[in-house]
Design a protein around this ligand. Structure first.
Ligand code: AMP
Length: 257
């Protein structure tokens, strides 16, 4: 095994614990004054890249450089610093205040891949804000690279990855030559917390910045959101007196029997 370069895509999203609200205009999710964090699947991606590096170093068979990249507004740098504090080596911020749909992100990541020439790009299976589950697949298509999505286990061989994937009703194992795209599923690992000394060290790690214009990418949205609405409010439950009463209500009120 030689030295690897791993690029990890990390998105800043509304924190998974925040109760999502629709904005007053009904046009988007409210993001003002709301806690943001790294997309949970990207924490798993960052952890996986660091674990690959640590395993190579421990086995004395090589090492890996872990580069994290985020596209979005200036605050995306907070997400990048978190990834650096977890153990990534350096970061790249592609700054944009425009809406970035998955195709735009995939094109920006392709431009970064062409600069950095990584052996592997790790993305989350989906961003928990848009739930698109598209960016990794689109990047693989644009680069014409093999992809293994929804990974729950990864083993690296010589210029090859063996990936166990979560599929309906079971798991599937696939092999792909590197360079390749990997997208993470929940069971791949449990991401580490950054320690305070590592948070301090992360402030000094390199963070390169690019604009969309630097990369010459067309980020024009291809999809238009027509409306965003809250799900209908749940109705309160009812206590029934007997099984007969229950059957009657299921038949005549709920009309499900
Ligand atoms: P999506 O296709 O939007 O569900 O996102 C899937 C994955 O693509 C995320 O888990 C990230 O790894 C990556 N990704 C999406 N948007 C961005 C972004 N703005 N910056 C960096 N990575 C992103």
């Amino acid at each position: 095994m030689s030295n690897l370069r791993i690029l990890v895509a990390t998105k800043r999203v509304v924190d998974y614990a925040v109760k999502i609200r629709v904005n007053a205009a009904g046009s988007a999710v409210e993001t003002a004054n709301v806690k943001h964090s790294m997309n949970p699947f990207d924490e798993i991606g960052t952890e996986q890249a660091i674990q690959i590096k640590e395993a190579l170093v421990k086995a004395k068979t090589g090492t890996a450089e872990v580069i994290v990249v985020s596209c979005g507004p200036a605050k995306s740098q907070e997400t990048l610093r978190t990834a650096l504090a977890m153990g990534a080596d350096r970061a790249i911020h592609v700054e944009s205040d425009e809406e970035l749909q998955p195709l735009a992100v995939a094109k920006l990541l392709k431009a970064i891949v062409e600069k950095e020439k990584p052996d592997m790009v790790i993305l989350g299976k989906q961003a928990i804000d848009d739930d698109s589950n598209q960016t990794g697949q689109m990047l693989a298509g644009l680069l014409n690279w093999p992809q293994a999505t929804f990974a729950s286990k990864v083993e690296l061989g010589d210029k090859l990855m063996t990936v166990t994937r979560e599929v309906d009703g079971g798991v599937e194992t696939v092999k792909a030559p590197l360079p390749a795209i990997l997208t993470t599923d929940l069971r791949l690992n449990v991401p580490r917390y950054a320690s305070l000394p590592n948070i301090m060290k992360a402030k000094k790690k390199p963070l390169a910045k690019f604009t969309v214009a630097d990369l010459g990418v067309d980020i024009k949205p291809r999809l238009q959101t027509l409306k965003i609405a809250e799900p209908p409010k749940r109705q309160g439950g009812k206590l029934v007196e007997s099984v007969d009463d229950l059957v009657d209500k299921l038949k005549n009120e709920a009309k499900v029997l």
